[in-house]
Design a protein around this ligand. Structure first.
Ligand code: NAD
Ligand code: UFG
Length: 331
């Protein structure tokens, strides 16, 4: 298939480009490089031996997107082009609502105009709010605590309403749990600007000595050891989930959790990292981070049954691959 990957130079998008190329698909990437670098495209080529067509364009620029769609006959679109920092979304709500919602509207409109039948959207487990674990696709959604989460709820709703009246389109809303790790080559991974917000990139920076120690946000949750529990999945498994969705979805809207179904606490992840890499990670327990929930992990039976996808890589691989990538970074 001929696939447009919006946000394809980013963390999850770049790994998905690799998975798509390796599965024999043709890939075009549109990315404004706001949170990524052009060199990523070279890395994708080094891994796969194949090039992608690249457009440095903002997805919210409807006229520019019109030109791209008119130049290709896409079979499908994957929409990764979002802003994703939860804290920043509280400080910059208009930028988040505009970017994340308008990008969805423009891409859906282009799919309608140019008859592109497959649409895969990057949603998030954050749409479940503080529901009871494991989170299952049929649950009523509870309110999210920040504008970022709201943009995911709104985009899902827009695509559901779109599908109601455009019933030849096949739409997948993929609710990611916590992607971590990197491509096993060490050529692709997550390199956030500034001090990382997320646990794994912070841990790899502590291991490298870029941060003095990890701050563990709370040890008084009702969890196995008091620290927050999440469903960490390898970014390459997540990428392969997108290929499965593109191949299998039929007309209508399909919602899938992409996770492992296993919960891991902060301290369990620290221990797994230490064992996998033979490195001690200094940490201190500090207060809870506002907006965090105690536990978040997926029920993954629907995606296994309908798409035949399950996460294959374990925590050891996630920790080793994340550390290999961090070590290759210059600073
Ligand atoms: P990322 O920031 O690494 O990648 C997003 C890419 O989209 C970047 O390259 C950025 O430059 C680009 N982009 C953003 N807005 C754009 C626009 N208007 N036009 C063109 N390009 C644009 O983020 P990621 O971790 O790869 O996440 C990808 C998607 O998955 C996002 O929508 C994010 O909200 C969602 N998601 C991520 C996580 C996670 O933990 N990483 C969890 C759940 C959902
Ligand atoms: N944590 C720490 N110290 C840190 C960073 C995180 O203790 O320095 C803890 C958090 O309190 C939480 C766990 O590690 O218990 C995971 O935190 P992350 O920031 O890595 O991930 P979140 O679960 O908070 O959020 C991530 C993405 C969101 C997405 C959500 C669900 O950042 O965009 O997963 O998919 F919505």
């Amino acid at each position: 298939m001929n696939i447009l990957v919006a946000g394809g130079a980013g963390y999850i998008g770049s790994h998905t480009c690799v998975a798509l190329l390796e599965a024999g698909h043709t890939v075009s990437v549109v990315d404004n490089l706001l949170n990524s670098k052009i060199e990523i495209l070279e890395q994708i080529k080094k891994i796969t031996g194949k090039a992608v067509v690249f457009y440095q364009v903002d997805v919210t620029n409807e006229a520019a997107m019109e030109t791209i769609f008119s130049e290709h006959m896409f079979d499908g679109v994957i929409h990764f082009a979002g802003l994703k920092a939860v804290g920043e979304s509280v400080a910059k709500p208009l930028e988040y609502y505009y970017n994340n919602v308008v990008s969805t509207l423009v891409l859906a409109k282009m799919c309608r105009s140019y008859g592109v039948k497959r649409f895969v959207f990057s949603s998030s487990a954050t749409v479940y709010g503080d529901n009871k674990v494991p989170f299952i696709e049929s649950m009523p959604l509870l309110s999210t605590t920040n504008p970022y989460g709201e943009t995911k709820v709104m985009s899902e709703r827009i695509l559901m309403d779109f599908a109601q009246v455009n019933n030849h389109h096949s739409i997948a809303l993929l609710r990611y749990f916590n992607p971590i790790g990197a491509h096993e080559s060490g050529l692709l991974g997550e390199s956030p600007n500034g001090v990382p917000n997320n646990l794994m990139p912070y841990m790899t920076q502590v291991a490298k000595g870029k941060q003095a120690k990890l701050r563990v946000f709370g040890n008084d949750y009702e969890t196995i050891d008091g620290t927050g529990v999440r469903d960490y999945l390898h970014v390459c498994d997540l990428a392969e989930g997108h290929v499965a969705a593109l191949n299998k979805i039929t007309a209508g809207v399909h919602i899938y959790n992409l996770g492992t179904g296993c919960g891991t606490s902060v301290l369990q992840l620290v221990e797994a990292f230490e064992q996998a890499n033979g490195i001690k990670l200094p940490y201190e327990i500090v207060g809870r981070r506002p907006g965090d929930i105690a536990e978040c992990f997926a029920d993954v039976s629907k995606v296994a049954q309908e798409l035949g996808w399950t996460a294959k890589r374990d925590l050891v691989a996630m920790c080793k691959d994340a550390w290999r990538f961090e070590q290759r970074l210059l600073s």
